[in-house]
Design a protein around this ligand. Structure first.
Ligand code: CUA
Length: 315
């Protein structure tokens, strides 16, 4: 969040500077006063009788100092509230003209993303990797399927909770191309720490090409091994939870795999997306992400290779 890549994160960083420097100043002032008081406090020597008179003596000086400190504290806190309110209003002012609309849903422990721009048949769904066009506003609609999650992409925007039964929204814009890490920022169970999201900001032409590719159904697998892999996908338990558009696999419990081979990571940022990691993930998900809802799929080495070959064609 110290290297903002868009206007929303920039505003939050400004507020962060105001709060951090104010608090640092107050902390330094308090330590300074404390050091000064300790330095000039009267020292007693061994054998001195205790001076109890100070308990009765009026202390107009310290009383005034404490009063002034209270007034300064209240004014500083008010100033921080005002700064927060102005930041909030500035965040809400970002133009949403020509915005990309994405519905993000939090699941234990992954993200689904539905792109709802254009006509209904142009809608498509992906998971754990969200592409956005550089320079165009994005309006994310946030929902949760099971428990409360929170979406945080520090270089692009502040945190926003995803609450079951409610809809929230998050506006952001990326002004530089790049791959931005996102995290779930609200404890949501065992694998909360492995609930990552990538936001990939593409130059506009590249983004349009990505969208056009995502709208297509899965490609026909070429080669006998991949064809057998598809058959395994549909006859084993895979298709009960995962959808591959253009095939009979229509499960909705897990990530949509229509274009899984085009993603950078597996299992919401748990593993890099390579054939070896994919095979390891399919054979024993609990080893890599204990508690995940994906069951292990016991397959012979040949079958596993065929399945991984098929998934590798889903670009
Ligand atoms: Cu989802 Cu933490």
């Amino acid at each position: 969040m110290l290297e903002p890549a868009g206007p929303q994160a920039q505003l939050i960083l400004q507020l962060w500077h105001v709060i951090a420097w104010t608090c640092t100043g107050v902390f330094a002032a308090i330590l300074g006063v404390l050091a000064w008081v300790l330095w000039r406090a009267p020292r007693s020597r061994e054998g001195d009788t205790a001076d109890m008179a100070s308990a009765e003596r009026p202390e107009p000086g310290p009383r005034r100092s404490v009063g002034a400190a209270v007034v300064v504290s209240v004014l500083l806190l008010l100033a921080l509230v005002v700064a927060s309110v102005f930041t909030d209003r500035a965040l809400a002012r970002m133009s949403l003209v020509d915005a990309v609309n994405i519905e993000i849903t939090g699941h234990q422990w992954w993200w689904s993303a539905r792109y709802v721009n254009g006509p209904a048949d142009a809608t498509f769904t992906t998971a754990n990797e969200v592409h956005i066009p550089v320079g165009r506003p994005v309006l994310m609609t946030l929902k949760a399927e099971d428990v409360i999650h929170s979406l945080w992409v520090p270089r692009l925007a502040g945190k926003k909770d995803l609450i079951p039964g409610r809809t929230a929204s998050l506006q952001l814009r990326a002004d530089e191309p790049g791959v931005y890490q996102g995290r779930c920022a609200e404890f949501c169970g065992l694998e909360h720490a492995f609930m990552g999201l990538l936001v990939v900001a593409d130059p506009p032409a590249q983004y349009e090409a990505w969208v056009a590719a995502q709208r297509q159904g899965a490609v026909e697998p070429a080669g006998a091994q991949a064809v057998r892999g598809r058959e395994l996908f549909q006859t084993q338990s895979c298709a009960l939870c995962h959808a591959v558009q253009g095939t009979s696999a229509g499960g909705q419990h897990g990530p949509d795999l229509t274009h899984v081979a085009g993603r950078r990571e597996l299992a919401a940022g748990t593993l890099p997306n390579t054939p070896a990691h994919l095979a390891a993930w399919i054979s024993d998900p609990q080893k890599h992400k204990p508690g995940t809802n994906m069951p292990a799929t016991p397959l012979s080495q040949d079958d596993l290779s065929a399945l991984v070959a098929y998934l590798g064609t889903l670009k």
